[in-house]
Design a protein around this ligand. Sequence first.
Ligand code: GCB
Length: 603
Amino acid sequence: TYHGGILYPRPSETRQVVSLDGLWNFVIPQPNRPLQGFDEHWYKKNLKELTDVEVHIMPVPSSYNDITTNWKIRDHVGLVWYDRKFFVPKSWYQIGRVWLRFGSVSYASQVWINGRLVMGHEIGHLPFLAEVTDFLIYGKENLITVACDNTLLADTVPQGKVDTLETGRLVQTYNFDFFNYAGIDRPVTLYTTPKNYIDDITVATETDGDVGFVDYRISYISDVNVTCRVSLIDKKGNVVAKSDERDEPYGILEVPKANFWWPYLMDPNPGYLYTLQVELLSEHRDLIDKYSQPIGIRSIAWTNTSLLINNRPVYLHGFGRHEDSDIRGKGLDLPLIIRDYNLIRWVGANAYRTSHYPYAEEIMDLADEFGIMIIDECPSVDTEAFYDSLLIKHKNSLTELIKRDKNRPSVIIWSAANEPRTQYPQALGYFKEVINHIKSLDITRPTTIVEAQPVNSVYSSQFVDIISFNRYNGWYVNGGNLDVIPLSVVAEATAWHEKFNKPVIMQEYGGDTLEGLHFTPDFIWSEEYQVNLMSKHFQAFDQLRTRGFFIGEFIWNFADFKTAQTFTRVGGNKKGIFTRSRQPKASAHHLRKRYWALATQLY
Ligand code: GCB
């Protein structure tokens, strides 16, 4: 296992980055030979040369499921193979170190270069890397091969189950409803660092009046004596603070009259980012390595009734989302993510939860930049049984998530899980350890577990800082009876606060809606029904807000998304306020009125 930092690959005076995205070869083993390729050493030859299996062209990054016309690829369970050839410049020979980094491969993977195993990784939606300096042939063509397995079992994060049909075909089942997309779904990069290099950067910020404090810690690998010069640079390029003459790898920068990082709509200039420029210097003050990390200066604090950013209480209004779209599945797509942020800001949301797994770093960068507050969720969703082996992986997923996102100003809450079966007594020891684990890695942000069980049966919420609950009033509960909503929501949110004495967020509410379906009076699945379901919740939220402990409302979901095939889903989950192609339903206009009104009223 790899214990170093996971800094995003950025070019600099001392680093080069080359993308391996593009069209890869893709092969699925024959149905009766689920592990085909290992014995045959497919990683030692180009997949294109294979004759006993079909070789597809597969775009990277993308989920592989919806690219072809073959349902067996869409619904495949188990191993698949990817490969491509690439060149490594001759000038990289003895340049220092070369690294290979995947933004994510879902779910588990092994990676070979030129037929030699480089690394393996388990759990989707998280980056991993390895040094590949000695695996490459410089100035020549190289081969990279990835074996990827999407199987979810009792001890994977998230959990799933594999059954065998009468025909012998394997089928994957899981408790969560979003489609189990798989493949190399985020960018693949090759990049260089010098031999002695900056390995990781950890930043925590504080505010006092209009002064900002940046507490930094640099970890580096070096076999010679080095110092770390750290400079904080504002948007205009001015150095506003720098490390003292000792240039130690840790310290506190003081920024008078700082531009704080503010959430969207709370300030005319939200999401202000500085650049923390880190330089590794030799004894003779020669530059060895340089890395520039965007950071935001802001404070987070919380009480038993509120969450404060820069000492101002915030009210979170947003949604749960998914990385999901037509054809590419969970594959990173820049046009899509920019469209999404344009819609997020159009609708006046100031926050969302990365339900139900960590989102791509490119998506998180935009949240930092636009001032969108993020509840950052690890990939644990709908856990129904708690095992020690699962706990280890669940903690690993949090270690990797926090290592990746610790420096992001947008991340304001860590979510340890969505809708685990916390009514079982085993959940007590399990979540105590999960939350302690988060606290051992980051004490600057509050924690939550998103609960679906009733308030009096959970064995988990005593450990968290902020209570989160999901409830589908007017849908799974009292479907067709919208009039009950205000009472139920106010009663439940109040009960959560009274029992645990902590701030409360409603993380999910909503109802499926087929765009273009109209009924008056409203009728379930129609646009009118979704709009009225929302209005009833708004009534409840407005009452709750006067009680002082209610700090957020999140509609489920930002957009329609694909699910597994089942009779409860018409072409997927339709609880989006936007369609899957990112056009508004009536509900989006309705939500927009509320969110802008809230913003005007609050800030
Ligand atoms: C939930 C889950 C979410 C589902 C949603 C639904 O409680 O957290 O992942 O998509 O319900 O629509 O059923």
